[in-house]
Design a protein around this ligand. Structure first.
Ligand code: PLP
Length: 493
């Protein structure tokens, strides 16, 4: 008998994973509007379910398996204590509509988190609502817009964005109704100060700058840049996605930056991407705090202790998230900050920068370096040399999968040809860094000796090269039983 491969569709009519005890209260029918004619749930046993998800997880790479040096997207190890704390019933079992008097602990955590974030980055206040870095950017630029409008300064229609910026920066500026003006990079990977002088003016609403930038470099003229934009009447937005390089070392607020978002998943170890909902709090200088999204939490001092309550900032740009943001992420980030303390956070950044420079120093003889400077928490190699030998950055990324390593970010930032953007993070041991170096060096050898081995990679993964564009364009994230026709009124995926 031929052995059939295990299938995705496991449902068998009548099979059960759970049996509920008979109710000990009278049964009450659900409201009719909540009922559906049919509910095509899979009928499976517990072991079917466990095996199904375990098998799926084995087909994928995860931060809990091996190094995940995804530059800019920072796959930081998610400490398990974060999960334990987030699952405490007092956090996991509450509802955002509850009377504030019954959820004082949750409100206190939010207040403490926003206070700690503001202090860490040198801002007067921080608001927690936005759900991701890009969402924080939009919130920040809406604040910028509201600030100029309120002053009647309506001619400020342009936002300056360096050419090394993450794509979300110009996209955000356009979504908020601004025109984007690109600042080129100079020969050292900074924003070109001279070009900026020529571009900034009375029509400048602000500048969105990432510092350290997406080349992994600290902008050597950051203070002059901030001053230049301020002198022209604009505001400076710092994309704080790379804050994990400077914790306890430099504070954007001290550089007179006006607004910044934090990526809790990049800096404060909350899960990223498919791993969970995000969070992108926004820090602001004091006079911009009234524009933050509301409601926000505030503390009302009562003698030794305090009480926490919701309030609506007077000039708020409005709500940007249902309820109060992704609370589970606040608990995780709070736990991470508390576990490390001020000294520990500084060490996080020192180790992240050290690890990145260790990789750079051990790879730069085999790969071209975009800008040969001491890097911050990440750096960008170029596979131009390998391209001339027959294998591109994408091929190198695919070959890394054969070593059980997640590839770095490729083809970003756009200013570097054949870019390989590498960020090890602080949590990798010297052994795991050495393993990555050895893999990258071996791949460089392979490209020289047998490029086909690399261009046809991966060889050891269950799936080979996927249609990544197709997967993006025709997203299908919803499981539906094979035989079941689409119920009327439900849009196709
Ligand atoms: C520099 C930079 N800005 C913005 C973002 C967007 O953040 P998010 O993915 O949380 O929307 C990222 C992504 O990680 C980034 O690296």
């Amino acid at each position: 008998m031929a052995v059939e491969p295990l299938v995705y569709e496991l449902s068998k009519a009548g099979r059960r994973g759970v049996r509920f005890p008979a109710p000990d209260v009278p049964e009450t029918p659900l409201p009719a509007e909540l009922m559906r004619e049919r509910l095509d749930w899979p009928e499976v046993s517990e072991i079917d379910v466990i095996r199904h998800y375990t098998r799926l997880s084995q087909k994928n790479h995860a931060i809990d398996i091996n190094i995940y040096p995804l530059g800019s997207c920072t796959m930081k190890y998610n400490p398990k204590i974060n999960e334990a704390v987030a699952r405490l019933p007092g956090f996991a079992g509450i509802h955002p509509e509850q009377d504030p008097g019954t959820v004082q602990g949750a409100l206190e955590l939010m207040w403490e988190l926003q206070t700690m974030l503001a202090e860490i980055a040198g801002f007067a206040e921080a608001g927690l609502q936005p759900a991701a870095g890009a969402h924080g950017e939009l919130t920040g630029v809406l604040i910028m817009r509201a600030y100029h409008r309120e002053r009647g300064d309506l001619g400020r229609t342009k936002i300056l964005v360096p050419d090394s910026a993450h794509g979300t920066n110009p996209a955000t500026a356009v979504m908020a109704g601004f025109e984007v003006v690109t600042i080129p990079s100079d020969a050292r990977g900074n924003s070109d100060l001279e070009k900026l002088r020529g571009l900034v003016g009375p029509d400048t609403a602000g500048l969105m700058i990432t510092n350290p930038n997406t080349l992994g470099l600290w902008d050597e003229h950051i203070q002059e840049i901030v001053d230049l934009v301020h002198e022209a009447g604009g505001l400076v937005y710092n994309d704080g996605a790379n804050l994990n390089a400077i914790l306890g070392i430099a504070r954007p607020g001290d550089l007179k930056v006006d607004i910044m978002h934090f990526n809790l998943h990049k800096t404060f170890s909350t899960p990223h991407g498919g791993g969970g909902p995000g969070s992108g709090p926004v820090g602001v200088r004091a006079d911009l705090a009234p524009y933050l999204p509301g409601p926000r939490v505030r503390r009302v001092d009562e003698g030794e202790s305090g009480r926490y309550e919701w309030f609506q900032p007077e000039k708020s740009v409005g709500r940007v998230h249902s309820f109060h943001g992704n609370f589970g992420m606040f608990v995780r980030a709070y736990t991470y900050i508390r576990m490390h303390g001020a000294e520990g956070l500084r060490q996080v950044s020192e180790d992240a920068v050290l690890n990145a420079n260790y990789l750079l120093a051990n790879l730069k003889d085999r790969y071209d370096v975009a800008f040969d400077r001491t890097c911050m928490h990440e750096f960008v190699l170029s596979a131009s040399r390998q391209k001339a030998q027959g294998a591109r950055a994408l091929d190198i990324a695919k070959r890394l999968l054969d070593f059980g390593v997640h590839p770095p970010t490729v083809y970003f930032p756009l200013v570097v040809p054949e870019a390989l953007m590498i960020e090890p993070t602080e949590t990798e041991s010297k052994e795991s860094l050495d393993f990555f170096i050895a893999a990258m060096r071996q791949i460089a050898d392979e490209v020289e000796q047998n490029p086909e081995l690399v261009t046809t990679a991966p060889h050891r993964t269950e799936f080979k090269r996927l249609d990544e564009v197709g997967a993006n364009r025709k997203l299908n994230l919803r499981w539906r039983p094979v035989a079941a026709p689409e119920p009327a009124g439900v849009a196709a995926d």
